[in-house]
Ligand binder design. Structure first.
Ligand code: NAD
Length: 508
């Protein structure tokens, strides 16, 4: 993995870069059929970056037609699995070679700190793609115990045309989570990136084409959710939608499926994740470091952000003091400066939403112990890391996903109360538990209704473990791990009658 460059070097890359702005269908960049575009901005400056193709129904129809053609003629599906693997690994090599350019592209359109993209997003994107590439020639089908008169094979086949609808908070990584297993399994893929962050996905598609993924197999349609996204959701020839985004929009995809062809739907949605710290937590300084990372990483624009700190009253004061100490290292500013750990909020809309929640927290009586204001830095959208104490579980800031750098501290006096508060949410994506008691760790990990529970650390597991949500945080499957591979395939039974009246003769 290459090391970080200087701010000046990143700025030079940014100035020299040719920005990809057309959709990518059937192996080439295209303007929208209507010529329509939408503007994408740099949230760190508020300045326009580019005009991106705004794909209409006609463009989506073309992408689906080309993806279907590619699937049906077998140019990828029937390529030997080890060759599919080889091409996906080559894509990883090209990503490595173009790492700094991809990182800058992602940073200028999303406001993410370049430090995070270079040290987390891109390495994890590579790990994910390589992990799934390796599955292509290592997964076996099954033979069922059907007796002597039949051979009953249970085989997995690619589903067909898979639409991947992405959020803006981890553009490259979310693309990898979906296209990695979908392509390894042999599907044709159409990605619709979030409108705020189209360009890094477009560049990824160009690199995939260069690596040898045949035309039509990986397409990117850029555009707005209510037009381009909806057209994919309702399309009668899309076999599956894999969606990551808000619970509200996720619900719409279930409706689109019901109204069209009952396409398979997998949803990864929002979260209001608890970080539970008990009075026997081993080292409060380490806990504070995790808790700080858990809420402020990626400016809190993170589905698994631990935005509720549920802490035992006996250690509350000491923990808050240490968190305040750790936050001092989290400098906010220009995302292209590698020493900044917090960048800009992705858009004016999201910035206003977060500031609205901060106002609501104050009005409902929570105490601000840190931050709480916008940071004026040019025309960019920056917000101070913010911590509210004395938050009650019924307050808006404790119930709704803020998707910003805002921590709500809720004090409890027992483990049972901690679990009850942790579960008092319509979401169930992730949770962390800090305790030195092994029995309590196991019991709490089981009792908290979330797809991932980490103990004595904050995280999401890795490429080898499933990630997704209980309750309204998810539906229909999981990203990551072999389970993700399974969800991009259909199960088929092939039953072969081998009974034979002459069987005795045959054996003789
Ligand atoms: P969003 O739901 O607004 O948008 C997600 C995608 O859906 C975008 O591509 C958007 O264009 C599209 N879309 C929007 N409206 C649509 C419509 N009417 N029809 C069809 N498509 C439509 O989400 P976002 O703001 O981009 O991302 C933030 C959300 O994503 C948060 O709730 C976060 O928790 C969630 N998220 C979840 C995970 C996870 O793995 N569970 C990961 C990252 C983000």
């Amino acid at each position: 993995m290459s090391s970080l460059l200087t701010r000046e070097e990143y700025e030079a890359i940014s100035k020299a870069m040719v920005l990809p702005t057309g959709s990518f269908i059937d192996g080439r960049a295209r303007a929208a059929s209507t010529g329509a575009t939408f503007e994408t901005i740099n949230p760190a400056t508020g300045a326009p970056l580019a005009q991106i193709a705004s794909c209409s129904q006609e463009d989506v129809d073309l992408a689906v037609e080309k993806a279907r053609e590619a699937f049906d003629d077998g140019r990828w599906t029937r390529v030997h699995p080890s060759d599919r693997k080889r091409i996906l690994i080559k894509l990883c090599k090209l990503i490595r070679r173009n790492q700094h350019e991809l990182a800058v592209l992602e940073s200028i359109e999303s406001g993410k700190p370049i430090q995070d993209i270079e040290t987390v997003d891109i390495p994890e994107t590579l790990h994910c793609l390589e992990w799934h590439a390796e599955t292509a020639d290592k997964i076996y089908d099954q033979v069922a115990p059907a007796g002597d008169d039949a051979v009953a094979m249970v085989v997995r086949e690619p589903i067909g045309v898979v639409a991947c609808i992405l959020p803006w908070n981890f553009p490259l990584l979310m693309a990898a989570w979906k296209m990695g297993p979908a392509l390894a399994a042999g599907n044709s893929v159409i990605i619709k990136p979030a409108e705020q962050t189209s360009m890094s996905t477009l560049r990824l598609a160009e690199l995939a084409h260069e690596a040898g993924i045949p035309r039509g197999v990986l397409n990117v349609v850029t555009g707005l959710g209510e037009t381009t996204g909806k057209a994919l959701g309702l399309h009668a020839d899309v076999d599956m939608v894999s969606f990551t985004g808000s619970t509200e929009v996720g619900r719409m995809f279930l409706e689109y499926s019901a109204q069209s062809n009952l396409k398979k739907i997998v949803l990864e949605c929002g979260g209001k994740n608890p970080c539970v710290v008990m009075d026997d937590a081993e080292n409060l300084d380490v806990v504070a470091s995790h808790a700080t990372q858990a809420v402020f990483w990626n400016m809190g624009e993170n589905c698994s952000s631990n935005s509720r700190l549920i802490v035992h009253e006996k250690v509350k004061e000491a923990l808050v003091e240490r968190i305040l100490h750790h936050v001092r290292d989290w400098r906010t500013g220009d995302p292209l400066d590698p020493s900044n750990r917090l960048g800009a909020i992705v858009s004016k809309e999201q910035y206003d939403t977060i500031l609205g929640y901060i106002e609501k927290g104050k009005q409902e009586g929570a105490n601000i112990v840190l931050g709480g204001r916008a940071i004026s830095e040019g025309n960019g959208y920056f917000i101070e890391p913010t911590i509210f104490d004395n938050v009650r579980p019924d307050m808006t800031i404790a119930r709704e996903e803020i998707f910003g750098p805002v921590l709500s501290i809720i004090t409890v006096s027992s483990g049972d109360e901690a679990v009850q508060v942790a579960n008092d949410t319509p979401y169930g994506l992730a949770a962390s538990v800090f305790t030195s008691n092994v029995k309590r760790a196991h019991r709490m990990a089981r009792a908290i209704r979330a797809g991932t529970v980490t103990v004595n650390c904050y995280g999401e597991g890795d490429a080898s473990t499933p990630f997704g949500g209980y309750k309204q945080s998810g539906f229909g499957g999981r990203d990551n791990s072999i389970h993700a591979h399974d969800q991009y395939t259909e199960l088929k039974t092939i039953w072969i009658d081998i009974s034979d009246s002459d069987v005795e003769d045959a054996i003789d």
